[in-house]
Design a protein around this ligand. Sequence first.
Ligand code: CTP
Length: 406
Amino acid sequence: ELGRVGDSLDVPVFAVGGFVRDLLMNVPNLDMDVTVEGDGILFAETFAGQYGCRVKSHDKFGTAVIVFPDGFKIDVASTRLEYYVSPGALPTVERSSLKMDLYRRDFTINTLAIRLNESEFGVMLDFFGAQRDLQDHLIRVLHNLSFVEDPTRVFRAIRFEQRLDFTIAKHTENLIKNAVKMDFLEKLGGKRLLTELVYILRENEPLKAIERMASFGLLRFIHPELELTTGTRNMLEEARRIISWFDLLFLNRAYERWAVYFLVLCESLTHDQLWGACTRLAVSEHYREKLFETRRQGEEALATIEKKIARTGAIEKSEVYFLLKDLPVEVLLYLMAKTGSEEVKKWLSLYFTQLQNVRCFVTGHDLKRLQVPPGPLYKDLLDLVLKARLDGRVISREDELELVRH
Ligand code: CTP
């Protein structure tokens, strides 16, 4: 259909970039990128009009997003327009070719295009040896200034390398080392750095990529003191195991997996240093405070549990529950990766599998009926009952009511 709309407007239309890359590699990709040799916005609007979609367009860049009723999206770009002004004449607009447009991209493997117009439907254009690099499993830039033009590509190279199980080509690797040495990354805005870091930490297996970042000396751009020590490495491995365990157990539980890895990665930083890293990464004030407060609280809770178990060999379920109940999943998983004690790890997993779901029978209504005066006593009584239930001191609703009356 995209091709037919292109034909009706008499413009060449191509599927390009990651979509084609993933198509050749047989990997599902739900983002489709389309490039139009002509007015991409007009194309998007025409298509959307015919197929009942919405369009969001950016006039300045000649780009648009077609949004289908089910949420599927197609990004539409126009090959860039170039203006030539000759003295005394009207400015003339010339269309730069698809090839020039693809040349501006990050890596060869992202430069494939497939023609969608009906006349040449399915014809693949490979200007820069993308198919060869896909076969050889190589991440390669198109020209020497690629990382200077856009330093985020350093992180993209590492992300693709890890995700596709490819290797960064030798010359490209040297260009990355050079970009690091010349401090191009210093100029990268915090937000963009954070976005790239989050993308890497969201990948299924981010460890290899973290290792690669460390070996290129990229961690210091997050914080000058940040290093990948053996301790951090082991903890990251542990975090990966814990995350698989958790995902298997709680299939639909939404949480920010990247934040677990981030906390583990920054485990060796002091609170002040972590604050510095968050400032460098332009983490929003609100999120930064939350991250801080919960990390501090979590570490305190962990120390309490560890100490108690080391000293007495036991701890009450209710104590574990009340220490952990206000902590977000991300921090709890971080603590599981952090603790060196198998016993403590068992307690943390018991919290997830059991303790957090324990509820008592008695409710606020019961307390009202028992004529408990409104106020903080409600919460105290309900906590008292919950504590008794967690520790197995009450079984039935009657036991609970008895406890309240008492
Ligand atoms: N691109 C680029 N330089 C960047 C970011 C993106 O040249 N810093 C180009 C890439 O060639 C990419 C295209 O823009 O193919 C679209 O970017 P994006 O959607 O981020 O990449 P995908 O390849 O689709 O990757 P993903 O599978 O992670 O979505």
